[in-house]
Design a protein around this ligand. Sequence first.
Ligand SMILES: *[C@@H]1O[C@H](CO)[C@@H](O)[C@H](O)[C@H]1NC(C)=O
Ligand SMILES: *[C@@H]1O[C@H](CO)[C@@H](O)[C@H](O)[C@H]1NC(C)=O
Ligand SMILES: *[C@@H]1O[C@H](CO)[C@@H](O)[C@H](O)[C@H]1NC(C)=O
Ligand SMILES: *[C@@H]1O[C@H](CO)[C@@H](O)[C@H](O)[C@H]1NC(C)=O
Ligand SMILES: *[C@@H]1O[C@H](CO)[C@@H](O)[C@H](O)[C@H]1NC(C)=O
Ligand SMILES: *[C@@H]1O[C@H](CO)[C@@H](O)[C@H](O)[C@H]1NC(C)=O
Ligand SMILES: *[C@@H]1O[C@H](CO)[C@@H](O)[C@H](O)[C@H]1NC(C)=O
Ligand SMILES: *[C@@H]1O[C@H](CO)[C@@H](O)[C@H](O)[C@H]1NC(C)=O
Ligand SMILES: *[C@@H]1O[C@H](CO)[C@@H](O)[C@H](O)[C@H]1NC(C)=O
Length: 519
Amino acid sequence: MQQYIQSLLLLLPFLTSVFAATAEQWRARSIYQIITDRYALPPGADLHSCNPGNQTWCGGTWKTVRENLDYIQNAGFTAVWISPTSQNYQGPRTPYGDPYHGYWIADATKLNDRFGTAEDLQALSAELHRRGMYLMVDVVVNNVMSLSTHPDLSPYMFKDPSQYHPYCPIQWGNITSEQDCWLGDLTVPLPDLNTQNADVVSGYSTWISGLVKEFQIDGLRIDAAKHVNMDFWPAFCGAAGVFCIGEVFDDDVGQASQWQGPQALDSILNYPMYGALVEAFAIPGSRNISALNNKIAQSKAMFKDTGLMGNFLEDQDLPRWANFSVDKQSLYNAMVFNFMSDGIPIVYYGQEQGFNGSGDPWNREPLWPSGYANTSTYQLMSTLNMFRNFLVNGNTGWLNSSMKVLTTTPYGIGFIKGDVVTILTNIGSPPQNVSVAVYTPFQEEIATTDILSCRQYVVGSNGTVVVSYEGGGAPAILCPDELLHNSGLCGYEQAHGSSRKAQVQMTVIVSSCNSSPVS
Ligand SMILES: *[C@@H]1O[C@H](CO)[C@@H](O)[C@H](O)[C@H]1NC(C)=O
Ligand SMILES: *[C@@H]1O[C@H](CO)[C@@H](O)[C@H](O)[C@H]1NC(C)=O
Ligand SMILES: *[C@@H]1O[C@H](CO)[C@@H](O)[C@H](O)[C@H]1NC(C)=O
Ligand SMILES: *[C@@H]1O[C@H](CO)[C@@H](O)[C@H](O)[C@H]1NC(C)=O
Ligand SMILES: *[C@@H]1O[C@H](CO)[C@@H](O)[C@H](O)[C@H]1NC(C)=O
Ligand SMILES: *[C@@H]1O[C@H](CO)[C@@H](O)[C@H](O)[C@H]1NC(C)=O
Ligand SMILES: *[C@@H]1O[C@H](CO)[C@@H](O)[C@H](O)[C@H]1NC(C)=O
Ligand SMILES: *[C@@H]1O[C@H](CO)[C@@H](O)[C@H](O)[C@H]1NC(C)=O
Ligand SMILES: *[C@@H]1O[C@H](CO)[C@@H](O)[C@H](O)[C@H]1NC(C)=O
């Protein structure tokens, strides 16, 4: 009885708070990023009237997101990141269009009624939790939006001039200037909050704590995080009480890594690795595998916790992968890297539909014209999620292990994380008479299966496995057969009660007790 009560008490925090997830809980997740306005339309709406070049609202809402979650959940994602929820600029159309993206904050304490009511947002949160998925909300703290460098402050949450930095254009490379001067430009200036002002610090803490509670938010994506003084974040994220991942738009590991840790944020979006993946895999491109190898080594040396980094190939600011790299296998190899290496995989909506827009606003295509088709990229993404969720829920320690590069060649890389060997190439789709030989720690003669092609690879002498590209440059993910039971992959049975779908509470409980996988 005593023991029973003790274990009940142990379970209690997990059962009562599905929301308010920690970094440790997010580590196991994979995230689908959407712009609320562009994800789904209400039934009966015109499917052909949205043109991203028009920079205006296309009609997506929190309700239409909620009504169309199957598409995300069936692909195996366990979290959804939505664009900012706060009220935006209310005035006439600007030279840069309307704030359909949600980043032009007016009064942060109000919701953006373009996207629905408080009840709609609560219902989205509740529906995600019912499915065992997490809600991540994008928040903008660094700045508000205005059409003037001397704005009327009455519409904003902070109304006193001392709560803002005076206007100055950013001098890039000067950190004080990057943090205190204004983003945007003279057409649409973004007034910069003085985040060292005590009222701003306490006002923001109260606000975020209330927002997270009211909508049971599980994690925050923080816009323009490096444009705020670093020491602002621990108190802000402490008040939020949830995982914080910041946008630190910087390719340099030395710079970017300073923003992860107790002095700053739980995690940041992995811009350094994004740059390396473009260098290594884009076609045409420099196809520089050593650059990727160097970036992996630097990341391991400098980031506090690579397992929490947000790995992505696209977002609302970057060109779509297909805009600069038209070969499908280039996307597939880079995508597999993001799921099988250290970090939290993030996929920006539409990548799975082959969207090809360049930067803002062309990379914010409406998703609906795709018909939410079950494309080959959607299927790859689903398989990757299914396998990663299986590894995460298992007891092989995959999640907490750190990736290790085994082999690099000018056209390929092999690495291991836990017991899984991933072999990637940048040769692209056309078949070539080349192969990549990887020396693994696997024992000679054990059978492994590439979970993408379901082809078996037997380990040769000295632990060697050889992947050849006579059929084109497809990625390979080799897992020892004995570990694939209950995975549901390649003909292996699926564990009862598990699926490619999310398993929030069970997962958390299992991993915290360190027992065997859910079955
Ligand atoms: C929207 O964009 C299309 C094509 O770029 C253009 O023809 C049309 O006039 C635009 N509509 C509005 C309302 O700006
Ligand atoms: C950096 O920017 C700050 C804030 O605008 C300014 O006061 C300072 O003079 C700049 N430093 C240099 C070296 O330009
Ligand atoms: C590849 O990247 C490495 C490291 O970043 C760099 O030193 C080298 O010059 C690059 N090679 C090519 C061919 O671009
Ligand atoms: C980009 O995508 C659009 C819509 O799917 C398609 O019509 C167009 O042909 C693509 N452009 C290129 C260059 O692939
Ligand atoms: C890149 O995007 C631009 C603008 O959306 C488009 O015109 C162009 O065709 C795209 N290129 C490719 C290769 O998809
Ligand atoms: C997509 O197609 C694959 C292959 O036919 C199938 O196994 C999978 O269930 C489909 N997924 C969805 C969500 O329909
Ligand atoms: C591939 O290369 C090997 C070794 O260079 C050669 O023996 C073989 O004939 C080649 N195969 C094809 C299909 O070109
Ligand atoms: C055996 O594997 C190691 C790496 O694990 C490699 O350095 C070595 O060259 C291999 N030996 C032979 C004989 O292939
Ligand atoms: C993974 O490591 C973290 C610390 O970095 C620890 O808190 C957590 O319990 C570990 N999880 C597992 C499943 O071992």
